[in-house]
Design a binder for this molecule. Structure first.
Ligand SMILES: CC(C)(COP(=O)(O)OP(=O)(O)OC[C@H]1O[C@@H](n2cnc3c(N)ncnc32)[C@H](O)[C@@H]1OP(=O)(O)O)[C@@H](O)C(=O)NCCC(=O)NCCS
Length: 151
């Protein structure tokens, strides 16, 4: 038996976060990305940027972060851009990622018509996840795919 947590009550909250809170979240998820976030960016500076411009949906299990999605609202283009989505390894494959995307899809009620993101082609797990979630490849950008989903 692995460490997989059986799906249970997860709360989804929308939030903006101060830079310290974002930094703590980035440190928590850092090693969940390949390469790790801290290998490719300065986490403190990135935390400041996300705090200034992004909003979050956070999946909480008993008050502890099981995952989150960060998103920017592009009002001119009427789309939502996702710079980061992460589910803690012990919670993966329980539908939390799907729920995080579903929470963003609800923003269609506010006039947003698509969700966009970039994913490394080498991140085959995430690519499978996005295709399952009905994202389509919109563009090839060197080592990445730009993906888009109409909502
Ligand atoms: C990508 C990620 C957010 C998916 O979250 P998750 O909670 O495990 O996804 P879900 O359980 O909601 O999966 C939804 C569907 O995608 C599929 N899926 C999820 N991860 C998958 C994987 N690694 N390989 C193949 N399919 C996958 C699931 O099987 C499920 O399909 P189903 O409904 O037919 O069973 C999570 O794996 C993660 O945080 N990865 C590390 C960080 C990362 O790479 N983020 C993306 C950067 S662009």
């Amino acid at each position: 038996m692995g460490l997989t947590v059986v799906k249970k009550d997860i709360d989804y909250i929308r939030a903006t976060l101060d830079p310290e809170a974002v930094h703590t979240l980035l440190q928590k998820c850092d090693e969940g990305f390949v390469p790790s976030l801290s290998q490719t960016m300065n986490l403190k500076q990135y935390a400041q940027k996300l705090s200034d411009f992004a909003q979050f949906v956070i999946a909480l299990d008993n008050g502890s972060e099981a995952g989150f999605v960060a998103y920017y609202l592009n009002d001119e283009g009427h789309f939502i851009y996702v710079p980061l989505i992460w589910v803690s390894s012990e919670y993966q494959k329980n539908g939390i990622g799907q729920q995080l995307i579903a929470q963003l899809s609800e923003l269609s009620l506010m006039g947003y018509s698509s969700i966009r993101l970039e994913v490394l082609k080498s991140n085959t797990g995430a690519c499978h996840f996005y295709l399952k979630e009905n994202f389509k490849i919109a563009e090839e950008r060197d080592s990445k795919w730009l993906m888009s989903k109409n909502i």
